[in-house]
Design a protein around this ligand. Structure first.
Ligand SMILES: CC(C)(COP(=O)(O)OP(=O)(O)OC[C@H]1O[C@@H](n2cnc3c(N)ncnc32)[C@H](O)[C@@H]1OP(=O)(O)O)[C@@H](O)C(=O)NCCC(=O)NCCS
Length: 155
């Protein structure tokens, strides 16, 4: 059975591994930095994990925007590839959205890439009702755009 719970210190290495495997080493390092900041209390944000038979198989987090009070960003979002298309991403995402709404936030944003490894993420965000609001062409390098998706939470 899959259970979803708050991220704890003992989950750090496993979470970084899932992010490194599904994205790349740089994303893995960024994830370690951000999640360590949450554990140390130096970074505002929350993270949850999905666990099955004692193994963490997915994670999601929300981070407060640095400048705008009622905006949150989705981050550290990944599911172990062996468990894709089981509805885990949706379960984690809905939990993050619920927490963002409870915090009276106005919008949730997520940024992703236009490249092939993020095809599933783009399809997922569209399936969850997010709108593709902006593109930074060639942001990550030639032919690699940064895409911003948005979910309005209230007016
Ligand atoms: C994005 C991700 C977290 C989705 O996790 P998941 O558990 O496989 O997603 P779900 O099973 O909850 O999918 C929900 C819906 O999203 C859409 N979707 C998900 N993956 C898709 C894919 N590969 N192609 C098309 N649609 C997809 C479908 O509509 C799906 O519903 P369905 O299975 O009933 O058709 C997962 O693909 C992943 O870890 N990707 C790599 C890491 C990543 O890119 N993270 C985001 C960084 S911005």
């Amino acid at each position: 059975m899959v259970t979803v719970r708050s991220f704890e210190a003992g989950d750090l290495d496993r979470c970084v591994k899932i992010v490194r495997t599904t994205m790349d080493a740089q994303d893995g390092r960024a994830c370690r930095r951000e999640l360590s900041g949450i554990l140390e209390g130096t970074k505002g944000g929350r993270c949850w994990v999905a666990e099955e038979d004692g193994t963490v198989i997915g994670l999601v987090g929300i981070m407060r925007d640095d400048e705008v009070d009622d905006i949150v960003w989705l981050g550290y979002f990944a599911v172990d590839p062996a468990h894709h298309r089981r509805g885990l991403g949706k379960q984690l995402f809905e939990l993050a959205v619920e927490a963002a709404r409870d915090g009276n936030n106005r919008r949730l944003y997520v940024d992703t890439s236009s490249t092939a490894p993020f095809t599933a993420a783009r399809a997922f965000y569209k399936a969850m009702g997010l709108s593709h609001d902006a593109t930074l062409p060639d942001f990550y390098g030639k032919g690699e755009d940064q895409l911003f998706f948005c979910l309005p939470l209230r007016d």
